[in-house]
Design a protein around this ligand. Structure first.
Ligand code: ATP
Ligand code: MG
Length: 177
């Protein structure tokens, strides 16, 4: 048995990055592990996993950082709003990673947040470098930076072969969101 914590990256243009991370959540809860997932991008969509997390309490905690900001800060500047949310997500992630309360921490869509310049690569590299040695850290989102890939132990690139979206089919409840 291997008890050393891994840094895992799910990237690429194909579907399955966030759901791969959620697959690990399901598996790990089977051993009563504690998991925290932090969502870096504020989307207007509601995802099924936001409901599932409540059913999986107290093992699974999900934090959609943007949600708490709706209506609180000035919405005239979407980029500034997204930046504020992403910065807050970094702070929360750091606290959760250092808390010792979790076996696994998931930084969902964090790679997009870097590419959109909402947060810096250094902020994320620092999170990875300072994580407790036993913690498994999962990062998702396409366009993972080389420096993150270099630090990671496990990197999988989802590659799109086919997606119903290409035929104009809309996203499906329970599959896409
Ligand atoms: P999922 O959450 O389904 O695992 P993902 O994390 O790999 O997807 P994201 O880049 O986070 O993908 O995109 C979020 C949304 O876009 C989800 O609703 C997802 O199902 C959908 N999606 C993912 N990949 C594709 C694709 N290649 N074409 C169209 N839609 C996609
Ligand atoms: Mg995703």
């Amino acid at each position: 048995m291997n008890n050393s914590g891994l840094t895992i990256v799910y990237t690429g243009n194909g579907k399955g990055k966030t759901t791969a991370a959620l697959g690990i959540v399901l598996r790990a809860i089977g051993y009563d592990k504690k998991i925290c997932m932090i969502q870096f991008i504020k989307g207007s969509w509601h995802y099924g996993e936001m409901n599932s997390s409540k059913k999986l309490e107290p093992n699974f905690e999900m934090i959609s950082v943007g949600k708490g900001f709706v209506g609180i800060i000035d919405d005239k500047s979407p980029l500034e709003e997204h930046k504020k949310i992403a910065k807050e997500a970094i702070k929360i992630s750091s606290n959760k990673i250092q808390s010792g309360k979790y076996d696994i921490v998931i930084l969902d869509e964090v790679n997009y947040a870097i590419n959109l310049n909402l947060i810096t690569l250094e902020e994320v590299l620092n999170l990875i470098k300072s994580k407790p040695s036993s913690l498994d850290l999962i990062l998702t989102g396409n366009y993972a930076k080389k420096e993150i890939i270099d630090l990671a132990d496990l990197v999988t690139e989802m590659k799109e072969i086919k997606h119903p979206f290409q035929e104009g089919k809309k996203a499906k409840k329970g599959i896409d969101f």
